[in-house]
Design a protein around this ligand. Structure first.
Ligand SMILES: [Zn+2]
Length: 213
């Protein structure tokens, strides 16, 4: 007999009796205790090497690291990871709305120092224009996506502009803590090398979560 979906729902931590959100948050940090860096990159299956390349480019980073079991203070078995990098995988590696939610959630749950946005050469996002995308989508699927996303987030016409826009948008989002460093890199799909295009250091005096100290 397979488990019902309800039995999985009952295990959701925030539904437990006496759920203590702040304590739970500091406990959850222990499952990935070294997490420091969010890497936003493209969903192209040829560029899955990007997080490992970032691990080499930035000091003190580990990716993919190891997944391990440990017993928590509450006696429960947990699954942990010693990676320092959280990949956020989206079309074109564009750091727009959904990627920014992932950045904010990562900063809520973990002690994040860096957000790294990576675009790559030969990206599918360089093979179409926003206008062509909207027009063809309407022709083929009969649906108008004009106002769903900003045209400047849909495709990649110029790497320095796309990286500049994404680094700026992450930096100026209220969902990005001000102490976080924001980087923009171009990944060369042939040489598998990263080229630093933008660097926007965080403010070391900005407020930072007290739960981590
Ligand atoms: Zn791509």
């Amino acid at each position: 007999m397979t488990s019902s979906i309800e039995s999985f729902d009952k295990a959701i931590i925030s539904r437990q009796p006496n759920f203590n959100e702040r304590k739970t948050r500091s406990e959850f940090r222990k499952v990935i205790p070294n997490l420091k860096t969010v890497v936003v990159h493209c969903f192209d299956p040829r560029v899955t090497g990007i997080p490992a390349a970032v691990a080499k480019a930035l000091p003190g980073q580990i990716y993919p690291g190891e997944v391990f079991e440990f017993v928590g203070d509450d006696g429960r078995k947990n699954i942990g990871s010693n990676t320092t990098i959280f990949p956020v995988v989206v079309a074109g590696g564009r750091a727009s709305a959904s990627a920014q939610l992932s950045i904010s959630v990562a900063c809520h749950l973990f002690d994040i120092d860096n957000v790294v946005v990576v675009h790559h050469t030969d990206c599918g996002g360089t093979y179409f224009t926003p206008e062509g995308f909207i027009e063809t989508f309407k022709e083929e699927f009969g649906q108008d996506i004009t106002d769903l996303w900003d045209g400047d987030d849909m495709s990649l016409e110029n790497f320095s502009q796309s990286l500049h826009r994404d680094v700026r948008n992450v930096r100026h989002s209220r969902g990005t803590p001000r102490h976080v460093n924001v980087y923009g890199y171009l990944y060369d799909i042939e040489t598998r090398e990263l080229h630093l295009v933008e660097k926007n250091p965080g403010d070391p005096n900005a407020p930072r979560g007290a739960a981590w100290r």
